[in-house]
Structure formats: C-alpha cells, structure tokens
Ligand binder design. Structure first.
Ligand code: APR
Length: 229
C-alpha cells in the first residue's frame, strides 16, 4: 500500500481561529520576526518573547481542531499504507483531533526547554525568564520552539520518509520557509507524486504535479475520502 508523507502549515489551523504568518494581518504583520522568533531576539528581550508565546499558547489551547485535522487523523487510522504527518505548526490541534506520532519540526507551544541543560518538559500556561529549569534550576527556560537560524527537529527522519514516499502532500503552507519548502523537490526526486492543498498557490506551486485550492476544512476531507475509497 502507498506511503504518504504529509506536511502541514499554518493554513490548516486558520479555520480553528489561529492566525497564519504571511496572510493579510498575519503574525508577521503584527510582530517583527527578529524580535520574537530568533535566539538573538530572545537574548535581547526574553520578556517580550515569553509574552508572545504565552499569548499564542493560550490561544492554541483554546482552539478546537477543524475538519481538516480530523480528516488527517482518520486517514492515519484507516489507510492501509504508512501515513507520516510532519507539521511546521506549533499548535497541538493534530493531536487534539486524534493524530499520532505527529512530527513537530518547528517544536511546539506545549513544550518547554532549558537552554543550559537541554531538559524538556510540558510547558506551563505562562512561561517567564525567572522560571527555573526543573532539572538544573538555571533560569534559562525557553519555549521549545525552533527559531529562525536554528535547525528544525527530526530532519534526518523526515528526509528518510521523503525518500520512501509514494505521495507527498503539502497542506496550508506558503512554501516560503526552508527546509520545509524544499520537501516537495526531495520527494519528487525520489519518484513520489506530489499534491498541494492550499487556499491559494504557494511559492513552490510549480514543483507540485497536482494542486487543489480551497479551504482546508473542505478540500482536505474530500481528498482523504478519495484516498480511503
Ligand atoms: N485553508 C487552507 N490554506 C489556508 C487557509 C485555509 N483556510 N488559510 C490560509 N491558508 C494558506 C495560505 O494561502 C498560505 O499559503 O496557508 C498558508 C499560510 O502560509 P504562512 O502564513 O506562510 O504559514 P506557513 O507556511 O505555515 O509558515 C511556515 O514560517 O514563520 C515560520 O515557523 C513559522 O512554521 C512557520 C513557517
């Protein structure tokens, strides 16, 4: 049976009320990336960065998965081949919809990390620079989020899955940020078919063999039904 590797982006969570980054009025229109999503920004003003992620964590925890999240969880359960779900998103809506083994390549809001000893633990609702690491007690805790300039997580595993994919599907991502934006080429080079499901054409649309445009809550369940038929 076919192995399908799926990459999701902020667009899959848009209809759950979580803002995307580059759409009109998106997160990067409200905050400077260099201030809230880089190690330098965190070193310069940890309070500002914690405030930014505390607000996103609260919003993310209050959000509900939408039909697209549920459809991918159903695909994982019912597809007879392998389904590998990689997300750039830091919300936990895939898990809330019942998905398993979600690969969070950019980390996740529900995780906390100690910059001194690399210990990870479940993030409290509100993080601050004075919070001590539960393991080494240093006051060097940060959200377990991959910032610009840092290496995304699980890259080796992701490239391995891409090399074995029969189909690569990108859902709700603008294709602006590497290495995720390069996955379609990796998969195609290994002979995979490629499909983009998005509200509008991404920056890498020309590298996809097929595309369907529309709201994720509509086109993702429809696509899943065709696969499970
Ligand atoms: N249904 C489907 N797609 C949607 C919807 C929707 N309802 N709403 C928006 N989209 C699409 C947009 O057309 C766009 O292509 O989702 C995409 C969102 O793009 P971005 O805001 O750039 O988000 P993303 O691609 O996930 O960003 C990648 O950039 O800033 C970093 O780390 C951050 O993980 C993020 C990465």
């Amino acid at each position: 049976m076919s192995k399908i590797v799926i990459l999701t982006g902020a667009g899959i969570s848009a209809e759950s009320g979580l803002g995307t980054f580059r759409d009109e009025g998106g997160l990067w229109a409200q905050h400077r990336i260099e201030d809230v999503a880089t190690p330098e920004g965190f070193a310069r003003d940890p309070d500002l960065v914690h405030e930014f992620y505390n607000a996103r964590r609260a919003q993310s925890r209050a959000a509900q998965p939408n039909a697209a999240h549920f459809a991918l969880a159903k695909l994982q359960k019912e597809h007879r081949g392998d389904i590998v779900l990689v997300t750039q998103n830091v919300d936990s809506l895939h898990e809330a919809a019942g998905a398993q083994n979600v690969c969070h390549m950019h980390g996740f809001l529900d995780g906390a990390l100690c910059s001194s000893c690399d210990t990870r633990w479940p993030a409290p609702p509100v993080m601050s620079k004075t919070r001590q690491c539960p393991s080494c007690n240093a006051q060097t805790t940060r959200p377990d989020i991959v910032w610009f300039g840092e290496m995304p997580y699980h890259m080796e595993t992701i490239y391995h899955h891409l090399s074995e994919a029969d189909l690569f599907v990108a859902i709700g991502t603008s294709g602006n940020v590497y290495p995720a934006a390069g996955f379609v080429q990796e998969a195609a080079l290994s002979g995979a078919d490629t499909l983009e499901l998005n509200l509008e054409a991404s920056a890498t649309i020309s590298q996809f063999a097929q595309a369907e445009f529309g709201k994720a809550s509509e086109i993702v369940p429809n696509w899943v039904e065709t696969i499970l038929r």
